[in-house]
Design a protein around this ligand. Structure first.
Ligand code: ATP
Length: 316
């Protein structure tokens, strides 16, 4: 079991409130991603869970036990960081084995566990190499193996893929997902990348300015963001946010702004007149007449066409 409760967790650095009384329950075996822009407090949260930072107030609980006063090594956690910092004069096998050696695990068991975990993260062919002979992606796999081999109940990953190029990041993202499915352990993953959060998470915690803006399933957050910050953060290209106002025409709510007016969908029946921001996901804009034969709601000149191969982006 490895359930984590963050209870009114707060961290101040002098006048800076890095984390502002947050409350989250992370279930055993769950893959939770903390995501948000730089400086929003996600690393500080992870470091308080790990025991590298003392909370100013509040509690970190693991399986119901308050662990605020426990040393990092006594919390049953494994951490993977952005910078993988392998020992340069040890082979890959010796690097992976290091944590087990520190715990005086017998030689035969060490060899077996290194073999198993190397197979899991697909670095068996690299075991005899030195870190300087590895690519960035290979180094990060070894760093992952080094943590996995110690068999922690909880994995904490702080931007583990951000130093890799886009293709490798996608590849290793899929590996993280696969490893989680094999191990079924609790994973907490910190990233500023909304795509990583959407693809990896069972649940996403969206942070801004030390606060939690929204917690939810990826598609729940995408479809029903609680505010325009969350709406804008998820999706690429991001949601179009158009300031305007709601007016009533023939008893029906309509959106009006410079250059765009549209009758609102029935789900907005209860809306009041006044200033609003209309959010439109790019994929929900159609240049075709609606299925009911009506012409579109807006006539907008296209300013720029960007063909991307599979998709073409139109700016207007
Ligand atoms: P990033 O993605 O850039 O790492 P983050 O969301 O992980 O950002 P944190 O590193 O948790 O953000 O920082 C949250 C806030 O706390 C920031 O304003 C940061 O400047 C501040 N902060 C973090 N660590 C310290 C420290 N040791 N001393 C003073 N302020 C700090």
């Amino acid at each position: 079991m490895a359930q984590i409760d963050l209870v009114n967790l707060r961290k101040e650095y002098g006048a800076v409130v890095a984390v502002n009384d947050i409350n989250v329950v992370i279930e055993d075996g769950e893959f939770v991603v903390f995501v948000g822009p730089s400086g929003c407090g996600k690393t500080t949260t992870l470091r308080m869970i790990a025991g590298f930072e003392d909370p100013t107030s509040g509690e970190v609980r693991i399986d119901g036990q308050v662990v605020n006063d426990l040393e990092p090594r006594d919390r049953g956690l494994g951490m993977v960081f952005q910078s993988h910092a392998l020992f340069p004069h040890k082979t890959v096998a010796q690097n992976i084995e290091f944590g087990l050696r520190m715990k005086n695990v017998p030689l035969a068991e060490r060899a077996e566990r290194v073999r198993d975990v190397a197979a899991l993260v697909r670095v068996t062919h690299l075991l005899g190499k030195m870190p300087a002979q590895l690519s960035g992606g290979e180094s990060q796999r070894v760093a992952l193996a080094r943590t996995l081999v110690t068999n922690p109940a909880i994995f904490l990953l702080d931007e583990p893929l951000s130093s890799l190029d886009a293709k490798l990041r996608r590849e290793l993202r899929a590996e993280c997902d696969r490893i989680h499915q094999v191990l079924k352990k609790t994973f907490i993953y910190v990233t500023h990348d909304q795509e990583e959060a959407m693809t990896l998470a069972d649940r996403i915690v969206v942070m801004r300015g030390g606060n939690i803006e929204q917690i939810g399933l990826p598609m729940e957050i995408y479809a029903n963001p609680v505010n325009s910050f969350v709406a804008d953060f998820f999706g690429s290209p991001s949601m179009n946010l158009v300031p305007g106002e709601v007016v009533f025409e023939g008893g029906r709510p309509c959106f009006r702004s410079r250059g765009l007016s549209a009758a609102l969908h029935d789900r907005f029946k209860g809306i009041s007149a006044g200033s609003v921001t209309l959010g439109i996901r790019p994929e929900n804009v159609s240049s075709e007449p609606a299925a009911n034969g009506r012409s579109g709601d807006a006539v907008l000149p296209v300013r720029l066409v960007e063909p991307l191969g599979k998709d073409t982006l139109l700016y207007f």
